[in-house]
Design a protein around this ligand. Structure first.
Ligand code: SDX
Length: 392
C-alpha cells in the first residue's frame, strides 16, 4: 500500500546521489577527479596533492600543500594502546580484516567524531585517518613476517615513509628506491576515487545515519575486501599463478570463465561502468612494463596476463559482453615487483581509495542527505497465527 516499488538489483540503473567529485564516462573510458584527467594526475601529481584535491575540491597551492603534508606527517604515529588490539589478531589474519577493525577502533581513541559539534575536530580526524592508515597497514605486513614494526619518520614523504615502515629491518637500513616510491605514488593516485562504487556507496550509506568517519570508512574497507571488488587484485595474481602452474594454458581458463557452471570468472576483467576500456588499466599496464624494466625484475605472470588479455579480447563471449581488463588486472604485478605480498594488495587499494571515501563522506554531510533506507518487494509468507510447540 506504499505505491509501487521497482527493484534494481545491484543498483545497475540507479543513481544514489549527485556528486561533484569524480566523473566517469564508461563509453569513452574517461576518469577525472574534480575535473582533472587521471592521465595528467598520475603523471604529474603527488598522491597527497590528489588527496587534497578530492577532499577540498581544488589542487592545493604550495602553501596549502605544505600545511596539509605537515599536519599529516605530525599524525603518522599511532597510539600505542592500539597495539593491544592489534596484538590480539592471529598471525595469519587477513590484513583487510585487521584494518577494518583498527580503523573502527580509532573511533574509541578519537571520540566525539560527530562533526556537528566541531568542524575543526572533524578536519583533525580526517588528517589522523590519512596519516595513520599507512602506519597501521605496515603493522599487518610486519606481523605476518614475524618482524618488529617500524615507526614513521618525519623526514620522509608519504610513499617513502610507507615503504620504509614496510621493509626496514633492525639489522639493515632500508633505502627507498625512487622508482619504487614513484610507482607507488602513481598506483595510489589511480585508486583514489571512483564515484559510487560498492565500497564508496557503503561509506556513504553508513555516513548517512550520521555515524562517525572512522566507522564509515571501516565499513568501506569491509566492502572493498570482497573478491568482486577490491579483493580482485589479489585474486588476479592467484589466478595468473594458477595458469602459470598449469602450463600457461590461458585458453583453458577463458573457456572455464565462459562456462556458467564453472563458477569461475576471469578476475580483473569486466566493469559495471567501463564498457570499452578502464583508463586506469591502460596506465597500469604501461607502468608495469616500465617499473619491471627499471627494477630489472622479470615476472613470468606479466606475459601470462598479456596473453590472457589478448586471447580474451578476441573471444566473442568477452567482446559481446564488453569485458575488458579493469584496474585490478595489472596492479598486482607492480605491487609484487615492489616487494608487496599478495595478501596486502587490497590494503594497497584501500590506502589509495581512502581520500576518495573521505571526500565522498564529507560531500554526503554537506548535502545533508536523508538517511539511506530503500524499500523491498515482500515475497515471504502471508500472515500466520502462532502455534504452540507441541501442536506444530
Ligand atoms: C573494482 O565499481 C567500481 O568502480 C569498482 C572499481 C573501483 O575503482 O571502485 O572499479 C574497482 O571493483 C573493479 C572490478 C574488480 N572485480 C573483478 O575483476 C571481478 C571479476 N569481474 C566481475 O565479477 C564483474 O565484471 C564485475 C563485478 C566487475 C561487474 O559486474 P556486473 O556489472 O554486475 O556485471 P555482471 O556480473 O552482470 O556481468 C555481465 C555479464 C554476465 O554474463 P551474462 O549473465 O550476460 O551471460 O558478463 C559476465 C557475467 O557472467 N562477466 C564475466 C566476467 N565479468 C562479467 N564473465 C567472466 N569473467 C568475468 N570477469
Amino acid at each position: 500500500k506504499t505505491g509501487y516499488v521497482t527493484i534494481d538489483e545491484g543498483f545497475k540503473n540507479t543513481g544514489s546521489t549527485k556528486s561533484a567529485i569524480t566523473f566517469l564516462d564508461g563509453e569513452e573510458g574517461i576518469l577525472r577527479y574534480r575535473g582533472y584527467s587521471i592521465e595528467e594526475l598520475a603523471d604529474k601529481a603527488d598522491f597527497l596533492e590528489v588527496a587534497y584535491l578530492l577532499i577540498h575540491g581544488d589542487l592545493p597551492t604550495e602553501a596549502q600543500y605544505t600545511e596539509f603534508v605537515g599536519k599529516i606527517t605530525k599524525h603518522t604515529m599511532v597510539n600505542e594502546d592500539m597495539r593491544k588490539i592489534f596484538d590480539g589478531f592471529p598471525v595469519n589474519a587477513h590484513p583487510m580484516g585487521i584494518m577494518s577493525a583498527l580503523v573502527s577502533a580509532m573511533s574509541g581513541f578519537y571520540p566525539d567524531s560527530f562533526d556537528e559539534k566541531s568542524p575543526e575536530n572533524l578536519q583533525l580526524h580526517i588528517i589522523r585517518l590519512l596519516a595513520k592508515f599507512p602506519t597501521l597497514a605496515t603493522w599487518c605486513y610486519k606481523k605476518s613476517q614475524g618482524h618488529p614494526i617500524n615507526y614513521p619518520k618525519n623526514d620522509l614523504d608519504y610513499c617513502s615513509n610507507f615503504l620504509q615502515m614496510m621493509f626496514a629491518l633492525p639489522v639493515e637500513d632500508y633505502k627507498v628506491d625512487p622508482v619504487v616510491s614513484r610507482a607507488l605514488n602513481k598506483l595510489l593516485i589511480l585508486h583514489a576515487d571512483h564515484e559510487q562504487n560498492c565500497s564508496t556507496s557503503t561509506v556513504r550509506l553508513v555516513g548517512s545515519s550520521k555515524a562517525n568517519i572512522f566507522s564509515s570508512v571501516s565499513a568501506g574497507i569491509s566492502a572493498l575486501w570482497g573478491p568482486l571488488h577490491g579483493g580482485a587484485n589479489q585474486e588476479v595474481i592467484e589466478m595468473l599463478e594458477a595458469i602459470r602452474n598449469d602450463g600457461g594454458n590461458v585458453q583453458k581458463y577463458i573457456d572455464m570463465a565462459k562456462d556458467k557452471n564453472s563458477g569461475f570468472r576471469l578476475f580483473g576483467f569486466g566493469h559495471r561502468v567501463y564498457k570499452n576500456f578502464d583508463p586506469r588499466a591502460k596506465i597500469i599496464k604501461k607502468a608495469a612494463d616500465d617499473v619491471l624494466e627499471k627494477l630489472g625484475v622479470s615476472d613470468p605472470v606479466l606475459a601470462i596476463a598479456k596473453g590472457l588479455e589478448e586471447a580474451a579480447l578476441k573471444d566473442e563471449y568477452f567482446v559481446s559482453r564488453k569485458l575488458y581488463p579493469n584496474v585490478d588486472f595489472y596492479s598486482g604485478i607492480i605491487y609484487r615487483a615492489l616487494g608487496i605480498p599478495t595478501n596486502m594488495f587490497t590494503v594497497m587499494f584501500a590506502i589509495g581509495r581512502l581520500p576518495g571515501w573521505i571526500a565522498q563522506w564529507l560531500e554526503l554531510r554537506d548535502q545533508n542527505q536523508a538517511i539511506g533506507r530503500p524499500r523491498q518487494i515482500y515475497t515471504g509468507e502471508t500472515h500466520r497465527p502462532f502455534v504452540e510447540k507441541n501442536k506444530r
